[in-house]
Design a protein around this ligand. Structure first.
Ligand SMILES: *Cc1c(COP(=O)(O)O)cnc(C)c1O
Ligand SMILES: [Zn+2]
Length: 411
């Protein structure tokens, strides 16, 4: 293979060779993987892609490995669902759900980034993988790492949803619950990463990890029939997914897999943790850190590493941002489940509720081909809707008792 040219600083452009590094030594800017797009153009045609298995590696020339992938061979290629019933409810015509609630193996889009990060960690020769997580990354590194035979150190805020903690523990990692929020966990992990020779998927090998998100963008375009959408709404924690989806769309254009690109990119956050959307709305460059207070724990990053770049993408594309209350998140989770049969976690509620606002405010137009990135499964955050759903109808085990209830239901 060998389509990767090296790493490059996003700020000053200085180039680096491929190593487990992530910041520029000169300006502290983040490093990014650079590819030989001219060579990729000749190989990665629509026909080549369509002839390959339906997983994220069908775009392997655009992913940062030197050899063949070794982890997460079944991740990616989730459905793009035409959401006609939901579209009618929210007042637009052409709505699609990119349904990463069913990603293999841990039911969130993090399986994409971890598949790539661990395949790269193996190429670098690491035998221990680690992460700082808001929940889904912990789950995914625990699972992918188990299947690939890595030692695993998983760091989480101790206040995480119980169901996400259990879900990670099932795979037998070393789970470290830190008394602090995600930003505290992340700071600690930077220190640990400096001291131990581990692959921290979202710290020292972050440039490679981030590239995994591109697969979601490629799939959206392929599944729309090789067309970019008019609008895409993306939930933001660190801002990486949003930034990288835009990168993936531009790459598709640059290597000639699509002809036109006019997508507006919209950022979705919970009001209780909305540093990126606040900067978008205020029209300022500085992302002011906040202390998160929201049920959308998977998005609760108060000091987002890629916040500036995410904000820039919304500006550059003519998109915008929306932030939503916990009550709106819960209503949106139920609306998506009740209209499309898709049960999303809190981040999915954030995305849909934000889209509803953006339609009402006229940012997203009635005829816009709109894609909502629904990034995680509701079975992982059931706590969020406990007490906000209906109750079962209790009956005795006989027909009479059932028909009494049926009478009430029908009346
Ligand atoms: C991690 C995560 C995101 C987005 O994360 P970024 O840090 O912005 O890339 C979105 N949804 C879910 C469910 C997540 O776990
Ligand atoms: Zn630099």
């Amino acid at each position: 293979m060998g389509y990767v040219k090296g790493l490059k600083c996003r700020e000053c452009g200085r180039e680096y060779s491929i190593d487990p590094i992530y910041v520029c030594e000169f300006c502290f800017g983040p490093l990014e993987v650079v590819y030989d797009y001219d060579a990729i153009k000749d190989v990665l045609t629509r026909e080549a892609i369509l002839s390959r298995p339906q997983n994220l590696w069908r775009y392997k020339e655009l992913l940062p490995l030197d050899g063949e992938p070794t982890c997460g061979l079944d991740s990616g290629f989730t459905p793009l669902v035409r959401a006609a019933r939901l579209a009618e409810q929210i007042g637009i015509k052409k709505l699609y759900i990119k349904d990463d609630t069913v990603t293999h193996p841990t039911l969130s889009f993090k399986d994409r980034v971890v598949a790539v990060a661990l395949s790269k960690a193996r190429e670098f020769g690491f035998n221990t993988v680690a992460c700082a997580s808001t929940g889904n990354l912990a789950h995914s590194v625990s699972a992918h790492g188990a299947a690939a035979g890595f030692k695993r150190f998983i760091f989480i805020p101790s206040s995480l949803e119980k169901s996400k903690i259990i879900a990670s523990l099932a795979y037998g990692p070393n789970l470290i619950a830190v008394d602090g929020n995600y930003d505290d966990v992340n700071r600690l992990c930077s220190e640990v990463a400096n001291k131990y020779n581990w692959a921290f998927v979202n710290i020292n090998i972050r440039p490679f990890y981030a590239e995994g998100s591109k697969s979601q963008g490629y799939e959206i375009i392929e599944q729309l029939g090789w067309k970019a959408p008019d609008a895409v709404v993306v939930p933001c924690a660190s801002g990486s997914l949003l930034t990288i989806i835009w990168k993936s769309f531009k790459e598709m254009k640059d290597i000639g897999l699509i002809d036109d690109l006019g997508t507006k990119v919209y950022s979705a956050q919970a009001t209780g943790c909305s540093p990126i959307v606040k900067a978008i709305k205020d029209g300022v460059d500085v992302i002011k850190p906040v202390k998160p207070d929201t049920i959308a724990k998977s998005l609760a990053i108060g000091n987002p590493a890629d916040g500036f770049y995410a904000k820039e993408v919304t500006r550059e594309t003519g998109g915008y941002g929306a932030d939503v209350s916990d009550a709106e998140i819960i209503d949106a989770i139920k609306l998506l489940a009740g209209t499309e049969g898709i049960f999303a976690e809190t981040a999915g509620g954030v995305t849909l509720a934000s889209a509803i606002q953006l339609v009402k405010s006229g940012h997203i137009k009635k005829d816009d081909v709109t894609v909502l990135c629904i990034t995680g499964n509701g079975l992982k955050t059931k706590e969020a809707i406990v007490g906000h759903t209906g109750e079962p109808h209790h009956i005795n085990p006989n027909l009479k008792s059932f028909e009494e209830v049926l009478g009430k239901i029908n009346s």
